[in-house]
Design a protein. Structure first.
Length: 441
């Protein structure tokens, strides 16, 4: 597969310097690789592109495992590989759904790369759902997180489960103090360090402080968000209960939000992230679970409703904005008893552009449609576009992002056209198949 064709398909002009170095190290040596690079710099593509040249597409067995600390990153990385259209088959495995269903997918797809969380990968290896004997490559994404307490035992058992392992590729946006011995990194390994020496956040990110006259910051948050118009923003909090409380308040105030934390079911989390990423919600209210591995473009504002608890946590939060070469802003909402954490570097300036009067909360540009059929029903993106144009009477520019899953499909449509689509498609068939069509809230 021509790499330039893949880049063109992904709408990328050329690889950045970090990705070029990573490709040279992974394909040009036979040793282990440690890649350190800031959040948003393109590390997923940095290892997937060279892995294309290492995977033998004529062999149906799993040849590489990609270990991630969370479900979202496993699923997202799997989707990135799929979008490359390089012919390598993959699947994603994670907790929160039946392992039996994943086993059926593995048998059906015959993946050459499997993305997954440590515990679920061990489960499939133990049950021999995945053959361990042809696995030559182990990629540990966000290895600093994967190797924290709680993952150590699972990671150690996983590595012992891979008798044919030849190479390890470790990636992180922060510089871990050390790599545990059980990872068995070779002495001839290559370190690729693109972490800035002093810069916590790119110069493209402007830092602001906003003072709340009350300990309860809800009203200040409301005013701040109103000043952004329909910009895309993430509000970070430290606790699940706080996320629910703030999200409920913003909904009452007329905002269209997505709510994201570890207490939600996996399907709920996917729904909420999808609505935010496709423009159906202007605000994502979340715990730090959303600060890692979620590659959502065009996020203009990061808001620290609760102050970050560590420097690494802060780095990951602000890394959600200014992805690639974009610009972004981060805001610290401070009560009278709070101050900017000592670990925050750079000039933090007062945000003085909050007007005294506001209109109503902005409405999002898009809404999300759920269609109860997917790839297993032989549906493609083209089928969905054709259906929405013909039956829903939409034009192509009124349709946004479409994701066709195995058993269902998400499609973004212009907000003002949603009711028209629901009315006109009620009871209609797609490719002769009757299905459920409803809005995702």
């Amino acid at each position: 597969m021509d790499i330039q064709k893949i880049l063109t398909k992904l709408r990328i002009v050329e690889l950045n310097e970090m990705q070029q170095h990573a490709a040279e190290a992974i394909t040009g040596t036979d040793g282990d690789v440690v890649l350190l690079s800031p959040t948003g710099s393109g590390k997923t593509l940095a290892y997937l592109l060279p892995m294309m040249q290492l995977i033998d597409v004529s062999v149906d067995d799993v040849q590489a495992l990609v270990v991630t600390p969370g479900r979202e990153l496993a699923l997202q990385s799997h989707q990135v590989l799929h979008s490359m259209g390089c012919g390598i088959r993959s699947s994603a495995c994670y907790g929160g759904r039946a392992a039996m269903d994943e086993h059926r997918v593995i048998n059906d797809v015959r993946p050459q790369i499997v993305f997954g969380t440590p515990g679920r990968l061990n489960d499939h290896l133990d049950k021999e759902n995945i053959s361990r004997y042809n696995i030559r490559y182990l990629i540990i994404d966000e290895f600093d997180k994967c190797l924290e307490m709680g993952f150590q035992t699972e990671m150690q058992r996983l590595i012992k489960n891979l008798p044919g392992l030849q190479r390890r590729i470790l990636l992180s946006a922060t510089n871990a103090e050390q790599i545990p011995q059980f990872v068995n990194m070779s002495k001839k390994g290559t370190l690729i360090d693109f972490l800035p020496e002093e810069e916590q956040a790119p110069e493209r990110i402007t830092l602001y402080e906003v003072h709340s006259p009350h300990k309860d910051k809800l009203e200040t948050l409301r005013q701040l968000l109103l000043s952004f118009g329909d910009d895309s923003s993430i509000v970070f909090l430290n606790y699940r209960e706080s996320v629910e409380r703030v999200n409920s308040y913003l909904v009452e105030q007329g905002f269209t939000t997505s709510c994201f934390h570890g207490g939600l079911e996996q399907c709920q989390r996917e729904d909420q992230l999808y609505r935010f990423s496709n423009g159906s919600a202007t605000v994502l209210v979340a715990t730090d679970l959303a600060s890692r591995g979620l590659d959502i473009p065009n996020i203009q504002n990061i808001i620290h409703y609760h102050l970050p608890e560590s420097e690494q946590g802060y780095i990951h939060r602000v890394g959600r904005t200014a992805r690639w070469d974009a610009t972004g802003r981060t805001f610290f909402i401070l009560s009278n008893q709070e101050h900017i954490p000592d670990f925050v570097e750079g000039d933090v300036v007062p945000y003085t552009t909050i007007p005294s009067q506001f209109t109503e909360a902005p409405l999002p540009r898009m809404r999300t449609l759920y269609i109860g059929k997917g790839k297993k029903d032989k549906l493609s993106k083209g089928d969905i576009v054709g259906f929405l144009c013909k039956k829903g009477e939409l034009t192509a520019d009124e349709i946004g992002r479409i994701d066709v899953k195995d058993r269902y499909t998400y499609a973004a449509v212009k907000r003002e056209k949603m009711q028209q689509v629901l009315r006109l498609t009620r009871g209609e068939k797609i490719k002769g198949i009757k299905t459920i069509i409803e809005e995702v809230h």
